[in-house]
Design a protein around this ligand. Structure first.
Ligand SMILES: [Zn+2]
Length: 334
């Protein structure tokens, strides 16, 4: 395990490699980016590099005792802190502070990785800030966050901030092909829906069945909205066989049009709010053909269909009727 395991993020990798090589280490780092973009992996590889006993320009070597223990999450100097429940509480931060003021168990750096750092409560952030202001020697804090703007600006300003970028499709495809045994066609589809996030592509590949269902759902809604109501209805039996599958399709439809509504109401600042973020292209297209009134009508139609299905009123016919109504709403002018 080393920096080569990381796909994309070349600037971040180079910068961390140089920091290790030249022994220019900050006390605080923020790794920011969406779930699945590789922040945790990067943090552990950086932690390995910091305590690696290999040659200076080839750290982490991946072979020394320190590297091996870090890669197995088994190094006494490397700690990972995560939210308990919904937040990281002041008690947890006090423990870290206490811990980091003691001498490291082994020589070298103490590394404290805080996952979902933006989930620190206000008290916890205040306490943490004090530690960052007077950091213990040879201690490195790595804060991982999907949204670092939720961290106190005074914390951020004391850290080196690295923002993870989406990985381009070609690099991602090659990376997955080299390491996994999936069919090339499947890799392509997963990469397309991953929005540049490796973890998401791998998740989709690992859960092939739900991925297929997901693309079928989108297909059905897309057909209904683009004036092919009959085609959409013909596909219903593929997606819906009983009450349970009907409810799953309805829940998906609801999340889909809710996403379109988010796009309409907050264009540009929707990153964390969109559920079906992997299909932004189709969502945007639907946003451009639907007015807010039409969207509201569609959401009402879905709610009504939920009730029919709940009471077992002709399940497949109810879903077909819903798709027909959606097609009709969109073909009405105005
Ligand atoms: Zn090593």
């Amino acid at each position: 395990m080393g920096f080569d395991e990381i796909i994309g993020q070349r600037i971040i990798v180079e910068s961390l490699r140089n920091a290790v090589k030249n022994n220019m280490i900050s006390n605080g780092y923020v790794f920011s980016g969406p779930k699945g973009c590789g922040k945790t992996l990067m943090a552990f590889i950086f932690a390995m590099a910091l305590n690696c006993s290999g040659e200076a320009d080839n750290r982490p070597c991946g072979n020394c005792s320190s590297c091996i223990r870090t890669s197995k999450s088994n190094h006494p100097n490397v700690k990972l802190v995560m939210p308990t429940g919904h937040s990281i509480k002041i008690k947890q931060i006090r423990e870290i502070i206490n811990d980091s003021s003691k001498k490291p168990f082994e020589s070298g750096y103490k590394i404290i990785i805080i996952d979902n750092a933006d989930k620190m409560t206000n008290d916890a952030q205040d306490a943490f800030l004090k530690t960052l202001e007077e950091p213990p020697e040879k201690t490195v804090f790595i804060l991982l966050s999907e949204n670092y703007s939720l961290l106190l600006p005074t914390i951020v300003s004391r850290c080196q901030v690295y923002r993870f970028k989406p990985v381009n499709s070609i690099d991602m495809k090659t990376f997955i092909e080299d390491r996994f045994d999936y069919m090339s066609m499947d890799i392509e589809a997963a990469v397309k829906h991953s929005r540049g996030i490796v973890g998401r592509a791998l998740e989709l590949l690992g859960d092939r069945e739900s991925f297929n269902t997901y693309t079928l759902y989108i297909d059905i809604l897309d057909k209904a909205l683009t004036g092919n109501g009959n085609d959409a209805i013909l596909m219903v039996s593929e997606a819906v066989s009983d009450k349970e599958t009907a409810e799953r399709f309805l829940e998906f439809s609801m999340s889909w049009f809710r996403d379109v509504m988010v796009l309409k109401e907050s264009p540009g600042s929707h990153d964390n709010l969109i559920i079906n973020a992997g299909s932004l292209e189709v969502l945007s297209r639907h946003n451009s053909v639907l007015t807010e009134d039409k969207l509201n009508s569609i959401i009402d139609i879905i709610k009504k269909t939920f009730r029919y299905v709940k009471y077992n009123v002709g399940i497949k016919n109810s879903i077909a009727g819903m798709l027909f109504s959606i097609a009709e709403v969109n073909s009405n002018n105005g």
